[in-house]
Design a protein around this ligand. Sequence first.
Ligand code: V47
Ligand code: SF4
Length: 376
Amino acid sequence: MSDLLAHINDKDLRLIADKITGNIRISPEEGLLLFNKADLGLLGLLAGIVRRRHNGELAYFNRNFHIEPTNICIYNCRFCSYHKPEGDPESWEYSHDEMLDIVKRFDDKAVTEVHIVGGVHPNYDLHYWGSLIRKIREHRPSLHIKAFSAIELDHMIALAGCTIEEGLILLKEYGLDSIPGGGAEIFDEKLRKQICDEKSSSELWLKIHETAHRLGIPSNATMLYGHIENYSHRIDHMQRLRILQDKTNGFNSFIPLKYKKSNNSMGYLGEVSTIEDLRNYAVARIFLDNFHHIKAYWPMTGKEGAQISLSFGTDDMDGTIDDTTRIYSMAGSEEENPAMSSDEISKLIREAGFIPVERDSLYNPILNSIGQSKQD
Ligand code: V47
Ligand code: SF4
């Protein structure tokens, strides 16, 4: 290994590289130094070492679909291309029956997970959303229900007059299996005020996830990057997540989300480059040593972007999606109708030099009838 790193002339960088290859945790200052000084090639090499430590040559995906119950939202996050106020002609709101119809469309398909996220609707409390979950659970008991960002949870639980803990216990009883990573944005309080002032605080986001983990509800974590933040803000965000993960081990995966500029009020900022995306994935993979999985969310990155990121630390390509999400196409993603067959995802993974594994929502491989991992 030392031969491979022999070209590193910078003394600090060399020390950090030695730590990473020696499986020693790097500090926030060292994470920042990586962002500032390490070139893409070195980051790819180091992130590759860490990704192999966690996941060998495997790269995961699942068969999933989304439900976006409504785009009506009480908040006005400046980066959001999706939300509309109540009564707006472009707003939508599905009834429980309409959402169950979406679930039923997948009755003859081998999907294992539904991902439910939408705007923060003013009127509906946790019992309204809980009874939706119960109906889905009754219709298809084996489907993993990953639903509601911490921001939606904060509002629906408050409307029901419960504490966070009481609300999450009730939602678990209704059938909630896990919580997606949305709403984290960027934890730095000053920046959060500038881009999503009204939203639940960083402290509350972390508290909701911590409470969920304690109650046996796993979750994901995201980070919105490529807007007004700098590298220290990204490291601060990941450091807060690393501390919580040390405490609970309840996060399944970390999902960096690149800010997309269309149809929102921060578009003048433009978007960061693919190189920046890869550097960010790599530093995340190295820094978050207690997260087993780093997800490349392909409806945001594009199929090839996600494929390339596998060589920069990611090990999960999310799922088949089947054209059920609009959040990213509305923000200008090239994937206007995101859908991939499991064959297509597997091919992308193989082309990148990794072994595709269909997983369930907790990263257990899904086995075929003779006990082999499904790698079609
Ligand atoms: O919190 C909104 C982001 C998130 C934009 O847990 C934007 O498996 C970029 O959390 N440009 C919601 N990003 C989506 C989300 C998610 C996605 C995929 C998988 C999982 C998971 C969770 O979308 C929001 C916000 O950070 N977002 N607008 C935009 N213009
Ligand atoms: Fe509402 Fe979420 Fe959009 Fe913010 S990002 S305005 S909370 S839908």
